[in-house]
Design a protein around this ligand. Structure first.
Ligand SMILES: [Zn+2]
Length: 306
């Protein structure tokens, strides 16, 4: 999916030939219409764990005789494609859906997953955000509350362990980082770790200041992720390809360097407009700026938090 954010940016970024401008319809509607067109791909990873891609954020699926566990549920319009893809893999029913955080591209499938039998589990702040009207200024979008049957029914504060298919599944709250409700999911028996949107593998991440996110929180969460994984861990990011510890470390270095760079020039008294003109992300853009968040947008997100 090639999208470019323009709405709400201080500086308008012109769309390239093959990338539509988000400014006209907004980034949320654009992501939804892209998902409607996208094919869903499934990739087996290790043991009974697979990842589905093509509907907003990545969806991890753990299958077995007790039923399936989903980590995140994509965008609602993808339901027929997701169910068809999964039916081809195994007939196990959906028992649990874990929401890594409240964003629409991870919780859009809550209602249908619940109707299919899933118990939805999330951090308490995720449920709170989904239960009320929530505005994200940087997306210029106001989300209505989800219907009651799409809300998480089991919430926790710091951590929670589930048992399914003979495995222990560990959920842990990061503290405020990408939003104020992000959690990690670890399937330790298979050495698979799921970061939600604390990690965008190969891309600048979005940081949702409207609901408690910050650049410092993102860096803290990334350090916590690095401390939890080894060179053999398969790491499923919120967006981007499945990755490993060395890629996660490279992402941490980019976040830290950008934070330090932007903080230093902001301290000299530069306005946001002047910082954007200085282009502190220029050296990173070719590698990290090719998805939703370009270098200007990411600089603005960092500037807001230093
Ligand atoms: Zn998100």
């Amino acid at each position: 999916m090639a999208l470019k954010q323009t709405r709400g940016a201080s500086r308008r970024i012109e769309p390239t030939m093959d990338q539509p401008a988000a400014g006209d319809i907004g980034i949320v509607n654009l992501a939804r219409s892209e998902a409607a067109k996208a094919e869903i791909t499934i990739r087996p990873l290790r043991g009974n764990i697979s990842v589905l891609m093509g509907s907003g954020g990545n969806i991890a699926v753990f299958s077995g005789p007790d039923g399936k566990l989903f980590v995140d549920a994509g965008i609602s319009v993808s339901r027929p494609k997701i169910t068809a893809t999964l039916a081809a893999v195994s007939p196990d029913p959906i028992r649990y859906l874990i929401n890594t955080h409240w964003h629409f591209d991870h919780t859009g499938g809550n209602q249908w997953a619940h109707a299919a039998g899933a118990t939805i589990i999330a951090h308490e702040n995720t449920r709170r955000r989904l239960s009320t009207i929530t505005r994200v200024d940087d997306w210029d979008f106001t989300f209505p509350p989800l219907p009651d049957d799409a809300l998480p029914t089991e919430v926790f504060e710091t951590d929670r362990t589930l048992s399914l298919n003979g495995a222990a599944i560990a959920l842990e709250y990061y503290g405020p980082c990408h939003t104020d409700g992000d959690i990690s999911v670890e399937l330790a028996d298979d050495n698979v770790f799921i970061t939600g949107d604390t990690w965008w593998n190969g891309f600048y991440p979005f940081i949702d200041y409207s609901t408690g996110g910050s650049i410092d929180g993102m860096i803290r969460a990334t350090e916590a992720n690095l401390a939890r994984v080894t060179d053999k861990t398969i790491i499923i990011p919120g967006h981007g390809p499945v990755g490993d510890k060395s890629q996660l470390a490279e992402y941490r270095d980019m976040l830290v360097n950008m934070r330090d760079k932007v903080a230093a020039i902001k301290k000299q008294g530069m306005s946001l407009e002047e910082v954007l003109t200085a282009r502190p992300a220029a050296a990173y853009d070719a590698k990290w700026g090719r998805f939703l968040i370009d270098g200007f947008f990411f600089t603005r997100l960092v500037y807001a938090g230093v």
